[in-house]
Design a protein around this ligand. Structure first.
Ligand code: HSE
Length: 430
């Protein structure tokens, strides 16, 4: 059988992990495929940096065209990240009938549909397992293992930085800034962590999952997302007293023909499997029409975990090349699901108000909730007497506009000093 020739774009964290796994497990990979995978060229920006790299110096080039247009190269592996020039390289590689493997969440979230269609037109495959959940095989699970299911719901912890910070705040009582500094010192948060902290990174990954699981193209900008910067150690302690952990959840679910989708800090009951996902780990909780509920758990980033995902994609593409059989890349035609609406949907909420502790306050607040159709599950007061005691409400499932109207009324009450926190509460879907 013909050996499979690969060109690598980028040799950073994931690229070097990919090369290391390929070298370490060469025999196993060759025995599985019946042929070898050979790296022919590697695109880098600065050749001088790679004099002592673990692969021969002469493989490195600064010219992308030496890879993308080389007729001998079967698979282009894009691991440079960012939108440009990664998108241009991927597009050109597909136009040159190369199979493409990428771990680039931004490119797939923003241009997935176009690239899947282009791959179909060019009769090649585009694979992106490493773009969501690092080493967790979520794309393969959705597209292969669960291919005959209707996916009802995906709820994920898909950002390791924020999960590490929330875990450390919860277990040590440290504040957000200290937990962030610790995450940076340990390499679990980037020097510029804005996209992770604000929930944007999770929104990109959720856009990809939505496309793959439902065939629905949602741009990351359309997904309502809120990050964790405003979560205080006090909030985490209150939630804990009520039996919850606070997690940044990325959620997409069918709801009567519509799609509910959001990224939001959410209270997760201790007994829910997602509550035990700690530190930098990721997890995806999936509900399929036939399989029921399942959860995947593992490392959501890192050189070897993401390298593992990338190499499995390369092996998939190699199998397609060898057997010359392939399923379609496009997801839209697969599921034929057009949601009636896309919105953040209804949720149960945790509301913390800071109020003056005096007779009648609770009554006026619950009346405002009731008048606006917001039903309450529980009310807890912490502390007593004087000003500024926290009053915590957990609502039943309610649409956001009803809650917003109730809170507008509540804010105007003299005894209410502040609406200090609004968080979602995860409820098991039926
Ligand atoms: N920065 C991401 C995280 C990993 O913290 O999970 C890469 O998507």
């Amino acid at each position: 059988m013909k050996n499979i020739i690969v060109g690598l774009l980028g040799f950073g964290n994931v690229g070097s992990g990919f090369a290391a796994i390929l070298k370490e497990n060469m025999n196993q990979i060759t025995n599985t495929l019946g042929c070898s995978i050979i790296i022919k060229k590697v695109l880098v920006r600065n050749l001088a940096k790679y004099k002592n790299a673990p692969i021969p110096e002469e493989l490195f080039t600064t010219n992308a065209d030496e890879i993308i247009t080389d007729p001998e190269i079967d698979i282009v592996v894009e691991l440079i990240g960012g939108i440009r020039p990664a998108y241009d390289y991927i597009k050109k590689a597909l136009e040159h009938h190369k199979h493409v493997v990428t771990a680039n969440k931004a490119v797939i979230a923003l241009y997935g549909r176009e690239l899947f269609d282009l791959a179909d037109k060019s009769c090649v495959s585009i694979k992106f397992e490493g773009s969501v959940g690092g080493g967790i095989p979520i794309i393969a699970t959705l597209t292969k293992s669960l291919a005959a299911n209707k996916i009802e719901e995906i709820v994920g912890i898909i950002n390791g930085t924020t999960n590490y910070i929330l875990t450390r705040m919860e277990e040590s009582g440290m504040n957000f800034e200290d937990a962030l500094s610790e995450a940076q010192a340990k390499g679990f948060a980037e020097a510029n962590p804005t996209s992770d902290i604000e929930g944007e990174d999770a929104a990109y990954k959720l856009a990809i999952l939505t496309h793959v699981a439902f065939g629905v193209e949602v741009s990351p900008g359309e997904i309502p997302y809120i990050g964790i910067r405003q979560i205080s150690e006090k909030e985490i302690a209150y939630a804990k007293q009520l039996g919850y952990k606070i997690k940044l959840l990325a959620t997409v679910r069918r709801n009567n023909g519509s799609l509910d989708i959001h990224v939001h800090p959410t209270l997760v009951p201790f007994e829910h499997p997602l509550a035990s996902v700690n530190y930098e780990n990721n997890a995806l909780y999936i509900k399929g029409s036939a399989v029921g509920e399942l959860m995947l758990y593992g490392k959501g980033a890192g050189s070897l975990p993401t390298g593992s995902a990338v190499i499995s994609d390369v092996m998939e593409a190699a199998g397609i090349i060898q057997n010359r059989i392939q399923t379609k890349n496009s997801f839209a035609s697969r599921y034929q699901f057009t949601p009636k609406a896309i919105s953040s949907g209804a949720s149960a909420y945790y509301i913390r108000l800071q109020v003056t502790d005096q007779p009648g306050v609770l009554g006026s607040i619950t009346t405002a909730f009731g008048r606006n159709g917001v039903s309450l599950e529980s009310v807890v007061q912490r502390g007593r007497g004087g000003s500024s005691v926290p009053l915590i409400f957990v609502t039943h499932e309610t649409p956001w506009d009803k809650l917003e109207a109730a809170l507008e009324e509540i804010k105007k009450l003299n005894s209410v000093e502040e609406v200090a926190s609004i968080l979602m509460v995860h409820k098991q879907s039926q």
